[in-house]
Design a protein around this ligand. Structure first.
Ligand SMILES: Nc1ncnc2c1ncn2[C@@H]1O[C@H](COP(=O)(O)OP(=O)(O)OP(=O)(O)O)[C@@H](O)[C@H]1O
Length: 477
């Protein structure tokens, strides 16, 4: 492996890297940086925690130092927290340049952001929605001369998930110059490769880390098979064990909804665990404050929705617990990638109910690794089961007495209006879909019941008398 100088970085940047403990390039840096410095578009796919951020920040800073102007580079990323983290890397590594960077994300003051944009910062790091809002509403800044467009977590930006960025991306791409370098990075690029290639204009340099598995070797991946009703007791038991055994460990628990995130946080606090939450129904300032307190180890346990699944780099995180099994292998890869970063060790534990076994199989198939069972003393879990379930119920009742559900409904309606949809029509459509789904479910259940009955009948027949071949065939049919 070469060093940063041999890849074409100037001495001042190499020195800056050293100060941050970045001495030798990681493979994604070693392979992608020369192509970027040569002026090529680039797509880099490497495992979580492998240094993809510096792989684009360093060449941009190098090029910026040769011809500094604003706005030189635009970075787009799916979450607000990630935007701050990327901007920080630019700020720290680009300090000798007197780098001016600006962060444009939702939930923060629009006027202040507009002012910052008009001051022509060198680098803009943004989430697509808010940047598109600025483009639609003002003409006080220009991105006509940008040299670099970077899509971090590019597959997430281009997929049509629960937050669909495609319309905002169209607005943004329209004001960018055709002649630019486009860089796309993610740990899971390959799933959406073709769509991504159309964003990078020139035949891009594509690099993917060669490995049999899609998760890092330093990660110990475990599961616990548990009935839904015992899940929380397992969770409390696990946290108790980890906190008893390790002073300096931080844990992230991923859950599937904002409400579940809120209830689990309340519940773990009842057990005196230093817990804090992060989800999209919180005010943005609170989100930043909570993340900062978790990073500073004021709180050792963060309960989050998938808003924290991608990109966040917190070295103290040793354990990831999936309170629900992720529906997509890709989400699993990013969630567990919040630990075992940059060569460190880490553990992930996924709580699996009997209904999630097929999800675990498809995760294992994608990551090419078998999850191992995590040994737990069931007796200890059963001892706290009633107490945990009663506490959870109390927390649910407490939450129901607040305006949490109402706020959620208002947020949903606001989002629909922003997307140009009619909330009433959408509600109707959803109700109809729900009806069809429940009919389908009932139908499926009926079929399963009749299959079950047939099987039982066949068993009875087999037991009661030895069958002739012909009879057995009829019973099976
Ligand atoms: N060459 C290097 N040597 C040592 N540490 C490095 C090097 N490059 C980056 N790092 C550190 O590795 C950590 C992970 O890097 P980074 O956040 O860029 O990972 P990533 O590949 O973007 O992960 P993810 O896919 O989860 O977003 C950071 O703390 C970063 O400072």
């Amino acid at each position: 492996m070469g060093d940063f100088s041999s890849l074409g970085l100037s001495d001042w940047l190499v020195k800056q890297c050293k100060q941050l403990g970045i001495n030798k390039p990681t493979p994604v840096q070693e392979n992608c940086m020369p192509a970027i410095l040569q002026g090529r578009d680039c797509m880099g796919c490497a495992k979580t925690g492998s240094g993809k951020t510096a792989a684009f920040v360093l060449p941009v800073l190098q090029k910026l130092s040769e011809d500094p102007y604003g706005i030189f580079c635009l970075v787009l990323t799916p979450t607000r927290e990630l935007a701050y983290q990327i901007a920080e890397q630019f700020r720290v590594l680009g300090k000798p340049l007197g780098l001016k960077e600006c962060i444009i994300v939702g939930g923060m003051d629009m006027v202040t952001q507009a002012l910052e944009l008009s001051n022509q910062p060198h680098v803009v790091v943004a989430t697509p929605g808010r940047l598109a809002d600025h483009i639609r509403s003002s003409n006080t800044f220009s991105m006509k001369r940008i040299q670099f467009l970077i899509l971090d977590e590019a597959d997430r930006l281009l997929e049509q998930g629960c937050t669909d960025f495609t319309k905002d991306l169209e607005v943004i791409l329209e004001i960018l110059p055709a002649k630019r370098q486009t860089l796309l990075f993610s740990a899971t690029l390959t799933d959406t490769l073709q769509e991504l290639k159309s964003i990078a204009m020139n035949e891009p340099f594509f690099w993917e880390s060669k490995s049999e598995t899609r998760t890092v070797e330093e990660l110990d991946q475990r599961y616990i098979l548990t009935p839904e009703k015992v899940k929380d007791a397992y969770l409390v038991h696990l946290i108790q064990t980890f906190t008893d055994e390790h002073d300096d460990w931080s844990i992230i628990i991923f859950t599937n909804t904002c409400k579940s995130c809120q209830i689990l946080t309340m519940m773990l606090r009842e057990f005196n665990f230093p817990t804090i939450s992060l989800h999209s129904m919180m005010k943005q300032k609170q989100r930043f404050a909570n993340l900062a307190m978790f990073k500073a180890s004021v709180y050792k346990i963060l309960i989050a929705t998938d808003v924290a699944a991608r990109g966040l780099d917190i070295p103290t995180v040793q354990v990831i617990i999936n309170h629900n099994t992720p529906g997509l292998p890709k989400i699993y890869i990013h969630r567990v990638g919040r630990t075992a970063r940059a060569g460190r060790n880490g553990v992930s534990i996924t709580l699996v109910t009997q209904y999630d076994i097929h999800l675990i199989h498809s995760i294992e198939e994608q990551i090419q690794t078998k999850l191992k069972e995590y040994p737990v003393e069931e007796k200890e879990v059963l001892k706290i089961l009633t107490q945990v379930n009663v506490t959870r119920r109390e927390c649910e009742i407490k939450l129901e007495s607040t305006d949490f559900d109402e706020k959620k409904e208002i947020n949903k309606r606001k989002q629909l209006i922003l997307e140009g949809k009619d909330p009433e029509l959408e509600a109707k459509r959803k109700a109809e879909l729900e009806k069809i789904r429940s009919q389908k479910k009932k139908f499926k259940q009926k079929i399963q019941e009749s299959i079950q009955k047939q099987k039982q009948l066949k068993k009875k027949l087999m037991k009661s008398r030895p069958m002739k071949k012909k009879e057995a065939a009829q019973a099976t049919a």
